[in-house]
Write a protein that binds this ligand. Structure first.
Ligand code: KG4
Ligand code: ZN
Length: 346
């Protein structure tokens, strides 16, 4: 018998719901992004985000069920992101999930958002060669996971300061580009010279697998305004913006690919996968595909809509956790921080 799981996601600035059959087949994947709401602040404003989730969550869930042509009573479970994220945002999705669970007598499954990003690789390729290394890079997180088997992933490296997406968002703000910054930098970099400015590649040669992105953002600021920030922000022409965007993107991507390759070597991984909003970046995908150190390693690039925040990944991992009997109570609490392993998360 097939199992239909509803996945609900509201940990940051996407209100999302999806129905997934048998842990893999995405029947619908409804995502409402709040980019328009937050762009004047060039970052997510938590209170604004949770208020928007509150008004959107029920219509989004209804839309997902309608698109999938599924009645709540046909569901095997409701899976919901309960960590990590903005508490006020998590609580909205969790309240919706708990209500559906109680009303329709459905098991409630608690999903760790980052582990769900990692799990997408198995939705795309169930026979993923193992062990695998998964790079999750988003606006809030940048980490490497060693994946032993579905649902069992362990963090082996993380950022010590900013996330890669955050570094791109901040650079876009400095350069006066759009929000969110990742796609804005990617678009602005078209035709630019990635070697025009040499930005630092922090921790690149360090043996460990941690990242640091705050220095590259500061380097951009210093490049424009002098080391003591003594100069006003210069007016940049289109060619300068192109070159700066290309050079900055090159630095972020080179750092990510370098650590990914180091991780693969360190653990003897047979596959790599990527997830999170930054995994939408085409230069990152190209550089991973061309990386000599990854030759002979299976590379999985999930479709773009499964990289940025979505409900399908929550339903996907939720299906596995349900099969493992990991069902939550209605007093399930939200948590702001990530756990290091999937076991801890359930
Ligand atoms: O996973 P996600 O949708 O939400 C978080 O959990 O943060 O990731 C959003 C982040 C933002 O920082 C955004 O600038 C970045 O992903 N991003 C990109 C691209 N699309 C989104 N970064 C680089 N290239 C892109 N095409
Ligand atoms: Zn995410």
């Amino acid at each position: 018998m097939s199992s239909l799981v509803l996945g609900i996601e509201s940990s940051c600035d996407e209100t999302a719901a999806a129905v997934v059959r048998d842990g893999r087949e995405v029947l619908c994947n409804v995502v409402h992004s709040q980019n328009e709401l937050h762009k004047r602040w060039r970052g997510v404003v938590p209170e604004v985000a949770s208020r928007s989730h509150t008004s959107r969550i029920l219509p989004i869930v209804a839309q997902a069920l309608e698109q999938a042509q599924v009645r709540p009573g046909q569901l095997a479970a409701v899976a919901v992101t309960h960590r990590p994220g903005l508490i006020g945002c998590l609580l909205v999705g969790m309240a919706a999930a708990k209500s559906l669970s109680w009303l329709h007598g459905l098991p409630l499954v608690a999903v760790d958002h980052i582990q769900a990003h990692v799990h997408v690789a198995f939705m795309v390729e169930p026979a993923l060669p193992l062990p695998a290394v998964n790079l999750v890079a988003s606006g809030g997180h940048t980490a490497l996971y060693l994946v032993h088997e579905p649902g069992r992933a362990e963090r082996i490296g993380t950022t010590r300061d900013d996330a890669a997406g955050e570094a791109l968002d901040k650079a876009a703000a400095i350069l006066g580009l759009g929000y969110p910054g990742g796609p804005a930098i990617e678009a602005a970099a078209q035709g630019g010279d990635p070697r025009a400015v040499r930005f630092p590649l922090p921790l690149r040669h360090a043996e460990h697998l941690d990242f640091s992105f705050s220095g590259v953002k500061t380097a951009l600021l210093y490049h424009l305004r002098g080391n003591a920030l003594e100069r006003p922000m210069p007016a940049l022409d289109a060619a300068q913006v192109r070159d700066l965007a290309a050079s900055y993107q090159h630095a972020v991507v080179t750092t990510l690919v370098g650590k990914l390759a180091r991780a693969v070597r360190a653990v003897g991984a047979r596959a790599v996968a990527i997830g999170g909003g930054v995994a939408r970046n085409q230069l990152l995908r190209r550089r991973i595909a061309e990386e000599p150190a990854l030759r002979g390693v299976r590379v999985v690039f999930p479709p773009l809509d499964l990289c940025s925040d979505n409900g399908a990944m929550v339903a996907g991992l939720g299906t596995l956790l349900l099969a493992q009997g990991k069902v939550a109570d209605l007093d399930l609490a939200a948590a702001a921080t990530a756990r290091r392993t999937a076991q801890e998360a359930s």
